[in-house]
Ligand binder design. Structure first.
Ligand code: GUN
Ligand code: ZN
Length: 648
């Protein structure tokens, strides 16, 4: 069973509950070849802190001596490893060496009998050059074998492999079928040839297709991914587990793994590594070491680099800068740049998991940054949710220092003296209505001063779109005092644009949906502002505190009176999370909503949205922030669905 602890988009830190205790993901399982041990499992556990490893049951079964020990003592004692042991089935051997004499039933039972914690089905490795027909046929065999394995697994967790070669529809189909079966982990298989030939863009498509079809509560293992340069990207796409044979294979070839790639000892001119394996050694000394000692040193180095990168990725999930990390990592090879660009094709899918805001500001690293789901989110919501004020004139400013509204206040004041105007600022996200200048990511983002071609083109396109949509009688680009002269000629008199009132209305519609502002602010509206910085803090309607405006991301925090108003303006199930009757009293006391009590939720809800917790009859129970998507709330059995702020 998987429990989600923290996340950013599809990337997640989880706890996988196994009979050998909890395994934190994302995690790397070093591959142990029982016939050729490079680093002892005990050292992996005690020194490196690896809590899981993977070994091959086919190799064990084919070696009479090892087989006997495994069957009598069990895997854990045999390998001297107290953590989680996953076993593979022999599928990979058939990929490498052609058909091997294996029967699914036998190898699954064998894995179970030697005490594997996570065993693997004997899936068929669909090669990237297979035709669609051949791939489709082999998937049916893999699925039938998975059904069979599920009936044999006993206490062992079972890994059911998503195959489908490079055909996204077949990958998704296979994943969907596996979602209905009694399996516990879903490796994405058949991808080693893609990784070996640096076809990383296709790898992105394959992972996305698998994720689309898989239940959200299934841990996803990327089979054969052991290079740390891939970890950030794969975690961003929702992979939870990796396995690495590369650390030892590369070491036997005198190759050091780094985040920038893999380097031969013979070619290296300096060793800028201070990992526990390398520290105190220089290249000359390493070159002169006896083979075994040298291989072990490089293997340890490779493991440390991999482990440190996974730690770094976890930190990025916690701090909210995983996209930035991925964009930096994907600079280390042109094929990874292709992978980064391939993410652009999946913007729509990724937007579904894009949080309302992040703690970390959005940093622009390259033109690929424009493909992030945050850009699509903003563009969409502007088109679908923003209501243009009906002023005479629309004035557009080139970008200024943030926050825009503070810096432009004096100029806007002088325009309003002579004309009924509204204002936009040209930003890399597109034109920003001045009253939305403090929402994430508009205010919480940093771009280089010098814009590149892609950013300029994108901005121009969105400016044109605005020109078709707005309802001003006249639109002008601000060009200093001259613009004031032009406006004077056309002016019908003073403007009455009130940025505070415009702000609360625009933010409400942007955040909650069209119609939210009308519902929330019907009546006598008054604003409570902070004294020193003149910022809106609370909004009161007819004397009731309905919502508060957060300084961090410019969005609203909902209070129960606001939630009741919103309920009237937004028809069920918008922004609702429906809980079972027996949870109602608990949540009314202000306690969090746990997944197991959710019976339905808004499919359009996004992560960190303010939501209304309601009972079956749409009666308000509490308000809080969504931690999961609807599908996740409905399929996870453990964990928090809504962080409740206030019960009612
Ligand atoms: N190891 C690497 N790729 C695969 C795969 O597709 N299936 C199995 N079972 N093991 C693998
Ligand atoms: Zn090192």
């Amino acid at each position: 069973m998987l429990e989600l602890i923290r996340r950013d988009g599809l990337a997640r830190i989880c706890r996988l509950h196994t009979r050998r205790g909890e395994l934190e993901t994302p995690c790397l399982l070093p591959v142990i070849n029982p016939r050729l041990v490079t680093i002892k499992p005990r050292e992996l556990y005690d020194v490196f802190g690896f809590r899981a490893l993977i070994t091959n049951s086919y190799i064990i079964r084919n070696d009479p001596k090892i087989k006997e020990i495994a069957l009598t003592k069990g895997l854990h004692e045999m390998l001297d490893f107290p953590g989680v042991i996953m076993t593979d089935s022999g599928t990979f051997q058939s990929h490498m060496y052609g058909e091997v004499d294996l029967v699914n039933k036998e190898i699954v039972e064998f894995q179970r009998d030697i005490g594997s914690d996570i065993g693997t089905v004997l899936d068929i490795f669909a090669e990237p050059d297979w035709t669609k027909e051949r791939t489709a046929e082999s998937i049916e065999v893999t699925l039938a074998r998975t059904e069979e394995a599920a009936s044999l697994k006993g206490e062992m967790l079972l890994a059911g492999v998503v195959q489908g070669s490079v055909y996204p529809d077949l990958r998704e189909y296979c994943a969907r079928r596996l979602s209905e079966m009694g399996v516990d982990v879903n490796p994405v298989g058949g991808v080693v040839p893609l990784m070996e030939t640096y076809r990383f863009a296709e790898l992105v498509d394959v992972i996305v297709a698998a994720k689309k079809g898989l239940r959200a509560d299934r841990p996803v293992h990327l089979f054969g991914a052991g290079h740390p340069m891939l970890f950030a990207l794969a975690v961003l796409l929702g992979c939870d587990m990796f396995d690495s044979a590369s650390y030892a294979k590369f070491a036997r070839d005198d190759r050091f793994m780094f985040l920038e790639g893999t380097f031969r000892l013979a070619d290296m001119r300096s060793l800028e590594c201070h990992c526990p394996a390398c520290i105190g050694h220089d290249l000359e000394e390493i070159r002169k070491m006896p083979d075994k000692q040298r291989t072990e040193l490089i293997a340890r180095h490779n493991l440390w680099v991999s482990k440190m990168e996974l730690e770094r990725v976890k930190r990025a999930i916690l701090e909210g800068d995983l996209w930035e990390l991925v964009e930096r990592r994907c600079r280390s090879h042109p094929a990874l740049v292709d992978a980064l660009r391939a993410l652009g094709k999946h913007q729509e899918f990724l937007e579904h998991y894009e949080p309302l805001s992040r703690e970390h500001a959005l940093f622009y690293t390259s033109a690929e940054t424009l493909n992030r789901p945050a850009f699509l989110r903003y563009q969409r919501r502007m088109e679908e949710r923003y209501v243009h004020p009906s002023t005479e004139v629309g004035v557009t400013f080139d970008e200024v220092e943030k926050p825009y509204s503070r810096n432009l206040m004096p100029v806007m004041g002088s325009v309003l003296e002579i004309s009924d105007a509204h204002f936009h600022v040209v930003s890399p996200f597109g034109p920003v209505p001045i009253e939305l200048d403090e929402i994430y990511p508009i205010s919480q983002s940093l771009f280089p001063k010098e814009k590149d071609q892609q950013t300029v083109e994108r901005t121009n396109r969105l400016m044109e779109d605005l020109a078709h949509r707005h309802t001003y009688k006249m639109g002008v680009m601000w060009d200093g005092e001259e613009t004031l002269e032009v406006l004077k000629m056309f002016s019908q008199g003073k403007g009455s644009f009130d940025i505070d009132m415009a702000r609360i209305r625009a933010v409400a519609d942007y955040q909650f949906g069209k119609g939210a502002a009308a519902a929330l602010f019907e009546g006598d509206v008054s604003l409570v502002k902070s004294k020193n910085v003149d910022r809106i803090r609370n909004v009161l309607v007819d004397g009731e505190h309905v919502i508060s405006l957060r300084a961090e991301d410019g969005f609203f925090t909902l209070r129960p009176p606001g939630a009741r108003r919103l309920q009237r303006g937004l028809p069920f199930p918008r922004l609702r999370v429906v809980v079972q009757d027996d949870a109602v009293e608990f949540n009314k006391q202000g306690k969090n909503v746990f997944c197991s009590f959710v019976i339905d939720a808004d499919p359009e809800m996004r992560l960190h949205d303010e939501v209304m917790v309601v009972d079956k009859n749409d009666q308000l129970v509490a308000v809080g922030r969504a931690q999961l998507t609807r599908e996740e709330m409905l399929c996870f059995k453990k964990g928090i669905a809504v962080k409740v702020r206030e019960g009612v």
